[in-house]
Ligand binder design. Structure first.
Ligand code: ADP
Ligand code: ASP
Ligand code: MG
Length: 407
């Protein structure tokens, strides 16, 4: 008998009919002789609606209260799924993140899981029930309710799968699996049968929101097999697995796009040791993740430093930069939220020259200007004007021979 964790995203539990379909599938999985633990997201775009409601009453949105509000979305889904399971003749019980033993740090709105104590979930399984757990939430070491960051139900599912030593963690969503590009941007994107953890991490880090980055990191660290699949067709989808050295690697596997970052430039910075350290220490102390960084060659003892941060961190990052600007005697701080990023990902590019050249040529031939560049051993990213990103993804998808034969 296998233990399967099944996570259902927002669209998969978006209305009563979808919830009944989910209950039917969970019932079928049980009848096939498996134990099942369900993790649910909030229905449809309910989390966005709750954030809008918070905005309407308060520009300050105290993080503790925001977390308390947002966790309501997943609580609604878990109770409704249990009711639908009951109608299907499957006994179940719902659990909040706190009841499921998901202990986090105190960093509200983007808390990290420190520990899982899944005793109640184990007991429920042993009693023959299907535990249905609210995704995206936990309880902090200070006993406050926390959320794990947008898309965080994926992390809940993987973390529970790891703690329960599940045989597989199935991520059910509104596409058939992981594609060679976001199928909503590139109609000719191809569904991938297998993706390595390394590649999936780069894809998730550069905008492919089909899996939240931290869930992929967690799955890799704990050896949890991940299976991304559709809650509409219920067919097998894409497996995320450890790289198999005997497998031939695609030079380029996927093109990703990301519109969630903004650029900050600190201009007229004195070109002396320690200045960058001071700037990035200040940002780090405020919990801000910095992504791409470019420092221009100095002229007349002055230089410019540009970097990208999540759009949601822009205001706090700007404040930090304004403070450091005064301390280091820089000339100005400017921000630009009209950027987007396009990336080319593939484990095979490690041993294939020419990927960078083809990427730059393709962008050039289509009149698309590159503003920043960053690379890893299996990824190349370029920052562009936001309104050129979709175009860039489609052209690169074609240039790297990824288009499906017909569609
Ligand atoms: P869920 O609510 O199920 O968690 P998400 O909206 O978070 O769903 O993630 C699924 C979406 O991810 C898809 O609808 C798709 O538009 C988007 N996506 C982006 N890149 C990819 C990709 N490479 N492959 C598949 N889906 C992708
Ligand atoms: N409901 C949360 C969100 O919209 C978590 C999730 O869907 O994974 O971000
Ligand atoms: Mg998601």
């Amino acid at each position: 008998m296998a233990l399967i964790v099944q996570k259902f995203g927002g669209t998969s539990v978006g209305n009563a009919e979808r919830i009944r379909d989910v209950a039917e599938h969970v019932g079928r999985t049980r009848e096939a002789g498996n134990d099942v633990v369900v993790v649910v997201s909030a229905m449809g775009k309910f989390t966005d609606d709750l954030i809008r409601m918070a905005d309407e009453v308060s520009p300050t949105r105290p993080p503790r209260e925001l977390d308390m509000l947002l966790t309501a979305g997943e609580r609604i889904s878990m109770a409704l799924v249990c009711m639908a399971l009951s109608a299907r003749g499957v006994e179940s019980a719902s659990f909040t993140g706190s009841q499921a033993g998901i202990i986090t740090d105190t960093d509200h709105t983007r808390a990290k899981i420190l520990e899982i104590r899944p005793d109640r979930i184990r007991e429920a399984i042993d009693a023959g029930l299907v535990p249905v757990v609210a995704g995206f939430q936990g309880v902090s070491t200070e006993k406050d309710i926390t959320t794990l960051g947008r898309g965080g139900s994926d992390v809940t599912a993987v973390a529970l799968a790891a703690a329960l030593k599940a045989d597989v963690c199935e991520i059910y969503t509104d596409v058939k699996g992981v594609y060679s590009a976001d199928p909503r941007v590139v109609p000719k994107a191809r569904q991938l049968a297998v993706v390595s953890f390394d590649e999936m991490m780069e894809m998730a880090a550069t905008g492919s929101r089909v899996l939240m980055l931290r869930s992929v990191e967690f799955a890799r660290r704990h050896g949890v097999p991940l299976h991304v699949r559709s809650s509409f067709t219920w067919e097998p989808g894409t497996w995320i697995v450890e790289e198999d050295p005997t497998m031939e690697q695609a030079v380029v596997l996927a093109i990703t796009d990301d519109a969630s970052e903004a650029k900050i430039t600190v201009g007229g910075v004195p070109d002396r040791p320690g200045v960058a350290a001071q700037l990035f220490r200040e940002l780090a102390d405020r919990g801000i993740n910095v992504d791409m960084i470019v420092q221009n060659t100095g002229t007349n003892g002055l230089t410019d430093i540009s970097f990208t941060v999540a759009m949601t961190d822009l205001d706090v990052a700007r404040e930090a930069c304004d403070e450091v600007k005064v301390e280091i005697g820089a000339a100005m701080v400017t921000t630009d939220d009209n950027i987007g990023r396009v990336s080319v990902v593939g484990a095979g590019m490690k041993s294939s020259p020419g990927v960078t050249a083809l990427m730059f040529e393709t962008l050039f031939e289509n009149g698309i200007n590159i503003e920043m560049i960053s690379t890893s051993s299996i990824r190349i990213s370029c920052v562009l004007r936001a309104d050129r990103v979709a175009d860039a993804v489609r052209h690169l998808h074609t240039a790297f021979g990824l288009d499906a034969a017909s569609s």
